[in-house]
Structure formats: C-alpha cells, structure tokens
Write a protein that binds this ligand. Structure first.
Ligand SMILES: *Cc1c(COP(=O)(O)O)cnc(C)c1O
Length: 823
C-alpha cells in the first residue's frame, strides 16, 4: 500500500452529485428505494450523504495533524450536549442550499427530514452545552484539538408531565441508528479497576497495581467541522465493553451465568448519564465513569496520537488537557501512575511534567457542588491512585507549611484530603494543586473563586488564577436557530459576523433606523409564530402569535429561583383577581418555562408541579381574556432551545447574586434580541456592562449585599409580613387556589421553605423584581423603543461568542508561559 494515498476526493457540491450520494445511501446503505423509504431511512441516508462531504476533510485534517505534530488541546469533559447534528453539518460543509434543492427535486422536504433527528442528550445543561460550543469554536479557529468524553447509551432522561408532575423516561437516542459516529474497535483500550498494590524493589515511588477487573473502552469518533474552513476535528466518546479475556476466564471456569453477569456489570459503566446538575451524589458508578473515560483518553493520546517513541519529557509542548470541572481530575494521578509505574520515571520527573499538562475550569460557587470522593470508595476502586493522591498532598502540604509556618488551620483548610464528615478527596483542591491554571467562567465568578471558594490557593499562587468568560457558538445559536435575524444582519453588514461576532457592533447605527426596526420586529414576529406552531405540534400547547414572550428556560434549581418567577406570576394574577390591577393595564404576555429537575431533587420537582398548577389555573380563567398565559413545554433540550430563544422578548436570569457561575442561556437570548431582566450575577454583569443600563432590567441585591444580609441573619418572614403584595401572593398559593383546594404537599412545602429559610433569598429580592417587571411592562408598550433596545442588545453582545472564549483560552492558558514552580 502506498503510504501517501490521499483520501478520496469529496463529491462535488452540486445538486446532481448530492442527489446521487443521497440515493446511493438510501439504496445501498438503507436497502430501500425512495418510494418505500421511511422518514428515518431518509434521515439516515441524508446524514450519511452529508458525512461523505465532511469525511475527506476530516481525513486530511488528521493527516496534517500527524505530519505537523502541532500542540493539541484535549478537552476532557464528562458531558457534551451536542444538539442535533444534521443542520450543523450541512451548514459547515456549505451544503444547506444544495441539499434543500436536491431533496425538493425528489419531492422531499429538508425540514421534515430534519425533524426526525433525535439529539444526543449527552449532558445535563450549561456545562455540557459549553463543551459542545467549545469544540465547535476550536474547529472554527483552526486549533488542533480533540474532545474526549463518554458515549452514554442513555443520555439525559426524557421529561414528560403526568398531572403536571415530572415523569422521567429513558432517552434511547441510539435506537434508530446514529449516523454521525464511527466506531474504531482497533483503537480500543483496556481500563482496569480495583485490586491492590504492592511494592517494587528499588524504585523511586513506583508500585505495582494488581487490579481485579477490567473493561474495554471502545472509541466512537464524531466529526467536529469548523465553519467553512476545511478543518474537521474529532470528538472521541468512549463506550464500555466487556473484555474477551475476562469472559473467557469465567466461561472456562464453567460459570456461564456469572460470565454474563460480569459482562453486564462492565458494560454498565457507559450505560447512563447521571442526571444531577450541580449536585454530585458520590456514587461509585460515577467514579467508574470518570476514571474510565480519562484513563482511556490519556492512553489514546499517548499511544495513538503521539508518534512511536515520543520523548514524554516534552509532553507539555504537545498537549494541554483542559479539565471541564472536576469530573476528569482523576486524570492527574493517572498520568503520574503511567509515568512512574509504567515508564519507570522518578516521582519528581513525573510531577514536573504532569503539573504542566493540566488546566482546570471551575464551574460553581455552591459548596454542595464541589465534588468529593470518600477515601474508602476511591481506595477500593483505584487503590494506586489513592496512594498517588496522598503523596501529592503530602508534598503540597509541605509547601503550604513552608509558606505559612505554624498555620495548621490553613493546612487543614487547603488539604486535598478532608477529614470531616468522613475522610474524602476534594477534587477541586487536587485540580488546583495540579493544574498550571485555574479559571472561572465569568468575571464575577473568577473574582469570587479567588476571594472565597479557593481563597487560600489564590493567596499562595495568585498567578495561577485567571478568568475566561463563557460564550456560545454563533453558528448554532444565531445562524442556524434564527435564519430570519441572520438574513437581516447579513444584509446589513455582510456575513463576516458568523466567524467574527464582534462585527455585530456595526448594527448599532441601525437601531436608530425605523425601517430596520420594523424588519427586526417582523423577524421576531415570525419567530413567535414558528414557536407557536412547534408548541402546538409538539405538545398541543396553544399560545398567541403576538404576545410578549417571557422565557425562563434552564435546569430547575433553587439557586436559579424559578420560584421567584412563579411568585411574580401569582402576584400578577392576584392583582387582577383582587381588583388591584385593572385588566386592561396588563400587556398580553406568555410565560414560557423549560426545565428538567434531577429525579431525586424533591423541591425542584415540587416547583415544577406548582408551576404547572398555577399555569393551568391561569390559562383556564376566562376572566383574564387570554392576557396572561403560562406554558411549560416538557423536555427542554437544545432542539427546543433553538426554536424558543429566537422568539423571546424577555430573558429571565434571576439567580441570587453570587450563585450562578456564568450562565450561557443569558448570552443566547441577548444575541437573539431579547432584553434581560436579571440580577448582578454571573455573566449578566458583563452583559449589562456591554448593553448599557438603559437596555437591561437590573434588580435585586448585589453579591456583597446578599452576603451581608446572610451574615447579619436573614429573616424571610419579615419580608412576608411587611410587603402586602408578597404576602397576598404567598397566601393565595398557600390557600390551595391553584391546587384544587389542596393546601398540603408541594404547596405547604414551598410556602414553608420560602417563609422560614429561603436559602436563596427570593423574598428579599421580590419587591425589587416586581418593580423591575413593572418597568418592563411599561417599556414594552413602546414598540419602537423596545425594538431599539433589542437591536442594541444584539449589536453589543458579540463578545459572547465562544470563538472569543477560545481565543482567551489560547492567550491566557493554553499558550501560557511556563508555570512557576510550586514544589
Ligand atoms: C444553553 C443551555 C443551557 C444553559 O442555560 P443556563 O440558563 O445558562 O443555565 C441548558 N440547557 C440547554 C438545552 C441549553 O441550550
């Protein structure tokens, strides 16, 4: 074989070529003719036809990469919330128009075929979606990179409502075939678990790990196309398979049933995504998942990406492993183990290299979201890694003692090993000690990380800490999701904005142009009608085509304060029913909720049930003449986000200040011309600074104010007693008015939680929120002025492109100067 055989050229980008590719896939791939093809046949054939066009560039990208041996960024993430793939692939390969025309010639409708796609829900929410935006931007910015994660057989559950209550069903996304992945069994690697360690004579730090079970990690490759730049990067997701060897051993022992059980046990590892967002449960299977994918990924990089015989002392020149939260942090002791136990390095040499290879992104401020693993569990599953973590900690604590002699309290605070309530490994501390950089995900968040969550570390190593504000990909969240607005923008300023979103600033003068404003409103109106159609077809929900769309879509979590939004709605309703508010004074408004609750998070599920109960009462109350409407389409996911966000007028970003690390939903809304009502939290702060106070509805306490109030002793009951409107709203809820007279259950539970503890201070911010909402009402009356503000939001938020985030990572982290030595 000629080693220089280039990949077969991609088919031409013409209607004829494309039609041929499509029909070939239909006939030979699916084994059906057009007349007999099901919707799914057509979807699979179309996807594979599109894949042909990308594959050549993918193979070329890989060849170039192997030839150039350039530095690679490996994005390690337990979640990639990719969203539907077909449209993105069409757009990236410039096939969108050709495919549409080709299909139309065959009497087929591209959008109908697209609707068949089931999105891979391999993530919970913001964190997983961020990873998906980042690999898109890495490819578009031409950065050699690879994403590593887990191919969960079941992604985030599918949410339905039964009597308004959340019911979870499994998301069997692979059921009808998955045209975007290519398995590579020849690159499978083994991952081992359990067992014990033993001493190795005369080695510095090396020990032998004798594991007692193993699984095969089978890679599935996904193409990650850059936008119109010919680069196609790789996302490699690992699937667990039972090993042959292991099976044979047990089969030979004659225990067939045990062999089958063991196989199932091993394959469980990649079976299902944990549905907890921001509240890890410390389950053994989750630790198995984490180690499984990072061990496979490290080995894959060292054995399959690096050339044979590569000098590993130069590893930091070839790679940065970016840790997306603490989920992949077990990669740190794994690299140490590989270098020391398998390559025979000394401890110091291994540590010198390891601490230049990893950088850590922190995603939270909530203490309960910081991952810890009990020593007992970790030692049982990964005994060698526990030993390595202990030694890293010992040497680290020496550094602390040297820097702060006699400060044993500080030593205990900073230790990687917590002693209370049980001995446990603090993964964020391990990541901070081992990473050469630690970043937060918005300015405020990074500041609070350094001041609070990781304060001692920031004091010891100030140069380690930096910020990279999150972003979203303009390809998916503007160009694809909002073709109307995209067309309008491109007509005004050309199409350079798709890869350089800062160009949106050139729209600024058009905010003053009545004709442009009219067309902008026309687009928004069309997007609302599209939303109405989708909600009708998808869920049988009916919404007005022209009311204000007020959207709160994100995971259900107390800190995000969906209950504050609910109180506002109840208060508006109460105002009308009590005669305090004349009905005519109310601007017609559709409240749209979208939110999944973790299945074990009782309060979150109660909140969903209450939102649905309030919604039903309001929607059925004829006396409101349809002015207020509450809809909660189930199963909020990327597919729904792409329809909903472009239709929104108002974006609800109302977390308690100091709790939301960044948010990315807030950015998607602003870029699609919704105004934000929000607290000074996460990236809201930066959005407001950019769009200006006149174009943002700010309310609520600042982070220092909230912290002060908490320190002084927060009494939610006092707010309840002193604000008659708040009291009336809460009392109406508690009276059972929305729950068929039922005053117990979710009603009593939410009432008590808000009036007695109110951990996220909804009552303290209620007055300010309701007043800000009144300002919103007033502002919305003036269509011209509202459109002006909305256009300015679009024009001034180009900063929130994930391309800019990735450029910041390149400047601040991935090409950062050699790290100052810490120990
Ligand atoms: C963007 C996005 C999120 C994150 O939303 P936040 O408001 O930032 O929490 C969650 N889920 C989906 C489907 C998204 O597209």
């Amino acid at each position: 074989m000629n080693p220089n055989t280039p990949p077969v050229a991609a088919p031409e980008i013409t209607v004829e070529s494309f039609t041929r590719a499509f029909l070939r896939e239909l006939n030979f791939g699916q084994g059906v003719d057009l007349d007999r093809a099901s919707a799914n046949d057509k979807y699979l054939a179309l996807s594979r036809a599109v894949r042909h066009y990308l594959t050549t560039r993918w193979l070329e990208t890989l060849r170039n990469q192997y030839r150039d041996q350039a530095k690679v960024v490996a994005y390690l993430s337990a979640e990639f919330l990719l969203g539907p793939q077909l449209e993105n692939a069409l757009l990236a390969s410039k096939l969108d128009e050709v495919a549409r025309e080709s299909l139309a010639n065959l009497g087929l409708d591209l959008d109908e075929i697209r609707a068949v796609e089931v999105e891979p829900g391999l993530g919970n929410g913001g964190l997983g979606r961020l990873a998906a935006c980042f690999i898109d931007s890495l490819a578009t910015l031409n950065v050699p990179s690879i994403g590593y994660g887990i191919r969960y057989e079941y992604g985030i559950f599918k949410q339905t409502f039964v009597d308004g209550k959340q019911v979870e069903t499994p998301d069997n996304w692979l059921r009808l075939g998955s045209p975007w992945e290519i398995p590579h069994p020849e690159n499978a690697v083994e991952v081992t678990f359990g067992g014990r360690t033993e001493a190795v004579e005369g080695a510095d730090g090396a020990r032998r790990w004798i594991p007692d079970w193993r699984v095969t990690a089978l890679p599935y490759n996904y193409m990650v196309p850059g936008y119109h730049n010919g680069r196609v990067n790789t996302l490699r997701l690992w699937s667990a398979k039972a090993t042959h060897e292991f099976d044979l051993q047990i089969f030979n022992a004659g225990d067939y049933a045990e062999a089958v059980r063991a196989r199932t046990f091993a394959e469980n590892i990649s079976k299902v995504l944990y549905p907890e967002d921001s509240t890890p449960q410390g389950k053994e299977l989750r630790l198995q998942q984490q180690y499984f994918f990072v061990a496979a990924s490290l080995r894959d990089f060292l054995e399959n990406v690096l050339p044979d015989g590569y000098d590993l002392t130069k590893l930091p020149d070839r790679i940065t492993w970016q840790l997306n939260d603490t989920h992949p942090v077990i990669a740190v002791p794994e690299l140490m183990r590989l270098l020391i136990d398998e390559k025979g390095w000394t401890w110091d040499d291994a540590w010198a290299v390891t601490q230049k290879c990893f950088a850590y992104t922190c995603h939270t401020l909530l203490p309960e979201a910081l991952e810890v693993w009990s020593v007992d569990l970790l030692g049982r599953l990964l005994p060698r890694h526990l030993e390595i973590i202990y030694r890293i900690n010992e040497e680290f604590l020496e550094v602390v003692r040297e820097a702060y002699p006699g400060d044993e309290l500080r030593v205990r605070r900073m230790s990687i090993v917590a002693e209370q309530p049980e001995r446990a490994i603090r993964m964020a501390h391990l990541a901070t000690v081992a990473g050469f950089k630690v970043n937060g995900v918005a300015e405020l968040h990074s500041q609070l990380l350094a001041e609070k969550v990781l304060h001692d570390f920031a004091e010891l190593w100030p140069e380690k800490f930096t910020n990279v504000t999150n972003g979203v990909t303009p390809r998916r969240f503007v160009r694809m999701a909002n073709p109307g607005l995209s067309g309008l923008i491109t007509e005004a300023i050309g199409d350079g904005w798709v890869t350089d979103l800062s160009q949106l600033s050139r729209l600024e003068p058009l905010a003053e142009d009545p004709e442009f404003r009219r067309r902008f409103r026309e687009v928004k109106g069309a997007n609302k009608r599209r939303l109405a159609e989708v909600l009708a077809a998808r869920d049988g929900l009916e919404i007005a085509g022209d009311a204000m769309v007020d959207a709160m879509v994100k995971r259900l979590h107390e800190y995000k304060r969906q209950s504050l939004k609910l109180l506002h709605i109840v208060s508006m309703y109460e105002g009308v029913k009590s005669g305090r508010t004349p009905l005519e004074s109310i601007t017609p408004r559709t409240f749209v909720f979208g939110a999944k609750a973790a299945p074990g998070y009782v309060r979150a599920k109660e909140t969903i049930a209450l939102i649905n109960a309030v919604g039903r009462t309001i929607n059925e109350d004829a006396s409101l003449e349809g002015r207020l409407k509450v809809v909660f389409p189930p199963n909020y996911n990327v597919t729904l986000a792409e329809v909903l966000i472009p239709a929104a007028d108002l974006s609800e970003q109302i977390s308690l200040a100091g709790k939301e690390a960044s948010g990315t939903g807030n950015m998607k809304f602003a870029l699609n011309g919704a105004l934000t009502i929000g607290t000074d939290d996460g990236a809201n702060v930066e959005i407001r600074q950019l769009v200006g106070d006149d174009n943002f509805f700010l309310f609520g306490m600042t982070e220092p104010e909230a912290a002060d109030l908490q320190a002084k002793g927060y009494d939610p009951g006092a707010y309840y007693e002193s604000d008659p409107e708040l009291k009336a709203a809460l009392d109406l809820l508690a009276s059972g008015a929305f729950t068929g007279g039922d005053k117990g259950g979710a009603v009593a539970s939410l009432f008590a939680s808000l009036t007695e503890r109110d951990r996220f201070m909804a009552l303290a911010d209620f007055r300010s929120y309701v007043d800000a909402q009144a300002t919103v009402e007033e502002a919305y009356q003036d269509h011209e002025e509202w459109s002006r503000k909305a256009i300015l939001n679009v024009a001034r938020t180009g900063f929130f492109s994930s391309d800019r985030s990735i450029q910041d990572y390149l400047d601040r982290i991935w090409r950062a100067e050699p790290v100052t030595q810490n120990h």
